[in-house]
Design a protein around this ligand. Structure first.
Ligand SMILES: [Zn+2]
Length: 314
């Protein structure tokens, strides 16, 4: 696979995304909407807590992007802008700003369109969170596709309840978010992608209705963002967070007949996510000088190392 697009999404300033769709400048930064006439809305946030030049290395069955705080959530942005379309997963796209400040510009999104459901890829590891969209039907559905469901506190989709459909925030394989050591295992990214591909295949045509949950005016949940410093996301509290949940009678209500998980078809992989083979120092030495790397003179070793590092994001 080619990582140029990923590198671009990880490093482009927010302004570069504005021309991708209809851009509205709000009090909390831009909100960009790309209308693809699709049944599902995909959401991602462009802001990040810190920026560093991304590094990449290939590991056994994994590619790791590391020392890159902007993986949260530019990795998710890459997923919805570049990966999903290539896989034939058609979505309208909403790109936001100020999510890390608890003021996602998703709050300004107005539409007359009726989406069947929404998704976002803004979570560490591979688990899924539904916030106030959470109920037993949805949990049952996701488990059919082998998603682990957890609890979370906040991301863009929390501001979109008025759209009247369910929403999921899927783990996208990053870890150590909000630190300089933030990294992502793309093996995890692809594992989640495969499940989403299956979910979309079976459910993109089905409306999953949601009733907006009206919260008490003062709650743990509402104390986010502003009172708690510059960010307040599910990501900052990795394990065991207690968040505001729907009322017990809502979560315990019987599953509706309509939402019984459908029979799952096994999907032929329509998107080739086999990771590319990164040439080793040895291969480059052989190719350039027809000799083993260890046998090279120092100046030639330097050249080989340059070639090796240049390929990391090409
Ligand atoms: Zn995030």
């Amino acid at each position: 696979m080619n990582y140029k697009k990923l590198y671009k999404r990880l490093t482009d300033p927010i302004e570069k995304f504005e021309s991708l769709g209809d851009c509205e400048q709000t009090a909390h930064g831009p909100m960009i909407f790309i209308d693809n006439n699709a049944p599902v809305l995909a959401v991602g946030h462009l802001d990040y807590v810190d920026f560093k030049e991304p590094k990449r290395k290939k590991q056994y069955k994994n590619t790791r992007i590391y020392d890159c705080p902007q993986l949260d959530d530019r990795l998710g942005v890459w997923m919805i802008l570049d990966v999903l379309p290539q896989a034939g997963i058609k979505c309208d796209i909403l790109l936001t700003d100020s999510e890390e400040a608890g003021q996602s510009t998703a709050q300004y999104f107005k539409t007359t369109k009726k989406y069947n459901w929404m998704m976002e890829f803004d979570r560490q590891g591979t688990s899924t969170v539904m916030y106030d969209y959470d109920d037993n039907d949805m949990r049952q559905l996701l488990r059919e596709y082998d998603f682990d469901v957890e609890y979370g506190a906040y991301t863009d989709i929390c501001k979109l309840e008025s759209l009247g459909c369910k929403a999921f925030n899927f783990g996208v394989g990053y870890h150590g978010q909000h630190t300089a050591k933030c990294y992502a295992n793309l093996s995890e990214t692809w594992a989640v992608f495969s499940k989403v591909q299956s979910l979309y295949h079976d459910w993109s045509d089905t409306h999953l209705p949601h009733e907006e949950y009206t919260r008490p005016s003062v709650s743990y949940y509402n104390m986010g963002g502003i009172n708690r410093g510059y960010h307040y996301t599910e990501a900052s509290y990795s394990k065991g967070i207690k968040t505001f949940k729907p009322l017990a009678e809502e979560t315990n209500k019987k599953s509706s007949k309509v939402l019984k998980p459908k029979h799952q078809e096994v999907i032929e992989t329509v998107y080739d996510y086999e990771m590319d083979e990164q040439r080793s120092l040895e291969e480059i030495a052989q190719e350039k000088y027809s000799t083993a790397f260890d046998w090279l003179e120092d100046d030639k070793k330097v050249i080989v190392r340059h070639v090796y590092h240049d390929q990391l994001f090409s």
